[in-house]
Design a protein around this ligand. Sequence first.
Ligand code: ADP
Ligand code: MG
Length: 458
Amino acid sequence: MLVDFEKLWKDALFEIEPNVSKANFSTWFKNTYISKCEDGVVTINVPNDFVKEWLSTKYYKFVISSLRNINPSVRHVDYLIVSRPPETNRPPKKFSAIKRQVFQNNAEQLGFQELNTDTETNLNPKYTFDSFVVASFNEVAHAAAVTVSKNIGSIYNPLFIYGGVGLGKTHLIQAIGNETKKNHPSIKVQYLTSEKFANDYIHSIQNKNIHIFKEKYRKYNLLLVDDIQFFSGKLKVQEEFFHVFNALYDGNNQIVFSSDKPPQYIVGLEDRLKSRFDGGMMVDVSQPSTEERVAILRVKMQQKGYLVPDEIINFIAQNIKENIRELEGALNSVIGQSKIRGKTLDLRGVEEILKRKIKPTRVINTEQVIKTILTYYNIEEKNLIEKTRKQEVVKPRQITMYLLRNDLNMSYPHIGRRLGQKDHTTAIHAYKKITCDIKNDKKLEQEINNIKEIMFKN
Ligand code: ADP
Ligand code: MG
């Protein structure tokens, strides 16, 4: 088989590109090229293991069918990891100058500069599916969001997205709004936070025009309510919201929620609201791995039209672990400083900047761990220490024991005593059990990460 590799891959990418979002295209297909074609087997060189894994699982069919469309003799695709793409062999100075130019133009064309919020819908146009990087930590939530945007009110209703701070919940739910508005301009879309809803409600009572409030919220076809954990404890507001929810739902309108935790852990959330959420679709976003953080930084760098060297990207990804917002903030500082100084920072310069961003973690004690657990699971201390095998108590207790051992390095006898005069072997058992469960249960791992985040930050 005599083939022009470059042309074959170029044509294939041309077919693939319109079917993949811009952010994903650049995450997964940048720096890939065909290095061999033999007996119907095409070898595609990729920059790392992470890209190989993703292309060969998630995009396998895509890649092979587009190659086959162009050259029917293609039978199979292999991926080869090559850490350095060939372009680095070219003269460095000139090339990077050209590339920067290209990136800058691209960024302008793509409209990634800060855009204003739409006054009618409250949507920020920068939050699109196109600018959203999908990887394993947010794949399910993304798929659900896309499905909803294509089937307003008919498939996953309500959609409930939960996960830690800065992991893309607002981005995703606004993307649903922007996508819907783009395809169906007449659909009435509204984005708001639960706090805004509460304030609106309170104002309408003060101004004695609650009927206007009621009418207003019942007219939307797609209502996106962000951060509903702030409803906790506000019973009157929840009740009003429940009526709005029912009216919209009964009219086959779509409702989407985000929250920093699953509904069962939102303190003071009414059961009837919770059971409404249970009736729909619930998905979580978890934390990105180091490779995923690298991929996100690369996309962000391109959007900003500034080239940051690999070693700096890797350094940021290894040191900023909490969330994507912090990651982006660190990248912004590095780019900002580089621009001010007129040259890209070296690693030491970057380290200096990040030092200010990497917050020292708080030193905490046993009581603070217990307090966090009680709030998170909405239980009382007497429940936590009582002798019972009820699952809703056993799990928080075991997690408490695990955290005390794992994160505070407390002795097993101390842990046992503090949690209801239990034997040290109970604490050992709990620690081992949770350690083992986390390995097989992503949700549990995420839950514990959320708790830690609250524990160390508050
Ligand atoms: P949350 O609402 O979960 O606290 P946000 O949606 O506000 O988080 O995300 C924080 C920042 O990170 C935003 O600037 C958002 O655009 C960006 N971001 C989050 N997830 C992604 C992603 N998967 N791809 C690209 N940018 C992302
Ligand atoms: Mg948010």
